[in-house]
Design a binder for this molecule. Sequence first.
Ligand code: ZN
Length: 354
Amino acid sequence: MFAFLVGTVYSAGAQNEALPIRGFCISAPKPDELNDFIKFVDEELAPRQVNTLILRIDYNYQFESHPELRDQITLSKADVKRLVEVCKKQNIRLIPQINMLGHQSWAGKIGKLLEVYPEFDETPNVKIPEKYVWPNADGLYCKSYCPLHPELHQILFDLIDEICDVFESDAFHAGMDEVFYIGHDSCPRCSGLDKADLFAGEVNRIRNHLAEKNRKLWIWGDRLIDGKTTGMGMWEASMNNTYRAIDMIAKDVMICDWHYDRPDQTAVYFAMKGFNVVTCPWNKAQVAAVQTEDMFRFRQSATPEMKDRFQGMLQTVWSGVGPFLKEFYNLKQSDDHSVSNCFRATFDTIHKKN
Ligand SMILES: [Zn+2]
């Protein structure tokens, strides 16, 4: 026992190494928010040594490969190049996100992909209600596309390639969180198939496409956690049997492990399965501080094999740029449930540890 203790690599009190990933994730700015957002990158992200910026772009871009999939208000190529430039200048890795599989509608609004290509809908019989309420009889949270539709992937891969090219990115975030409609009984292609197989198949298909151009796939981790056994439920974990996909997907997929209300230590689970993982807080400063402390502790106490899989922290912001910046610059310090206080707590804790 004594020899074991002497030999251990755990070194409490020593100077911590910097976290490899110190990230921030938000919707891509709208064109009229671009100047303020670039200022925020220069004045707030860079001094905090944020080194990874994920922008949820979805259809907020003037796609040339599929102009039919442009949102009404979109960033131009020149707009995106301004984001690329500021990130280059500040040594920030810029990663675009388009939601794959789930999140193809939001409340009472169908997303652009299924609006233009309704044939890709996994549940065409489920109509988007005029007044959306949750819960509802259809179990409609968000629409999904059917991952087995034969004409789907050519379009998705065109979009992914174009957005990665314009962002000059070596990684792509595919979302893939909160997929409730998968392997639906009413889908002629997916009905009766194993939901974990379907989920893993789609992850690997996108991963393999990206790998052809040396790009890495990032996804949210919730579908890979067993919601029933862990008690984590249907949102931040899976209650529809997709969780077994954790043993079926390529190990070089980056897992963004989000937990907002409790600092659940699921990063350890992903690291033990061989994945690189970042922990993602949202709007609770106290939870984020514990999660950040945990991330340093995991890196310090894990085996050499696992240590580097604990890649760091990723602050998530689920509003648009406008509302977030408003909150950030006018905040009352007493508000514990504010995203900007959570962001400050995450990065204050990171810098305290170094
Ligand atoms: Zn299907």
